[in-house]
Design a protein around this ligand. Structure first.
Ligand SMILES: Cc1cc2nc3c(=O)[nH]c(=O)nc-3n(C[C@H](O)[C@H](O)[C@H](O)COP(=O)(O)O)c2cc1C
Length: 220
């Protein structure tokens, strides 16, 4: 796929076909993403690729925790407030996603079902976790984010859809325990990956994007 087309048409997918991603394809995508720029070439990325029985075991654990609203332990604190403009976008995004699925705001059960799908990795055959050493700070998070986007785009170029999920990483401690990752590591993000289900309504959702004139100041 042509690069500009790839960047422009990527979207988050939240429903997948059961088909597994061939090992070779996954390796090719990861290798491509490892060409990401990093602060002084430090390459802080560490990655867990979780499929099969292990993914089911982890999903069961996460669902238990999420259903009982167990205390969370995110390594990156969840923002408690947003500037008004961003807060409005956040609400708009939530409302538009619900309306794509025909779920009403007052339908608590429907909203809860939608939330819990996060912990089933939206039915994706593969869940990826990105983490780094716990001693690292903001610049390394920047590096991790660049890697993340390259991973998404490389996957998309091979027909693989994905969705980044901060909600899942709220249970960082338990995820690290299940995967045998040292508790001193900082878990940044979960990415569910698989071949998009073309018939799923949820995949028709398109988020709104700012126009360049809303955020760019030109100087000369
Ligand atoms: C840091 C981060 C965390 C996210 N967490 C979640 C999540 O927990 N669950 C989810 O369904 N989508 C999550 N998303 C996906 C966003 O909702 C999505 O990227 C955004 O609405 C823009 O839509 P698009 O990816 O289709 O362009 C997350 C995205 C980012 C970058």
């Amino acid at each position: 796929m042509e690069t500009m087309e790839n960047i422009r048409s990527r979207q988050s997918y939240r429903a997948f076909k059961p088909d597994t991603i061939p090992w070779k394809v996954m390796q090719e995508i990861i290798e491509a993403a490892s060409n990401s720029p990093t602060y002084m070439g430090t390459q802080p990325w560490e990655m867990a690729v979780v499929t099969g029985k292990k993914k089911e075991q982890l999903s069961q654990k996460l669902l238990e925790l999420a259903k009982s609203n167990a205390p969370t332990s995110p390594d990156i604190p969840v923002p408690t407030s947003w500037p008004a403009e961003l807060d409005q976008r956040k609400h708009e995004h939530g409302a538009r996603r619900l309306s794509t699925l025909g779920i009403k705001r007052e339908d608590k059960e429907g909203r809860e079902k939608m939330r819990l799908l996060n912990f089933e990795f939206y039915g994706a055959p593969c869940a990826v976790f990105l983490y780094m050493d716990g001693s690292l700070g903001e610049w390394s998070i920047f590096d991790m984010a660049l890697f993340t986007q390259n991973l998404l785009l490389a996957a998309y170029a091979r027909g693989i859809g994905s969705v980044i999920q901060a909600s899942v990483t709220e249970y960082a401690k338990e995820i690290k325990q299940v995967l045998g990752i040292g508790l001193h590591k900082k878990l940044l993000v979960c990415i569910s990956m698989g071949y998009p289900d073309p018939d799923a309504t949820v995949n028709t959702y398109r988020s709104l994007k700012k126009k360049p004139e809303e955020f760019v100041t030109w100087y000369e």
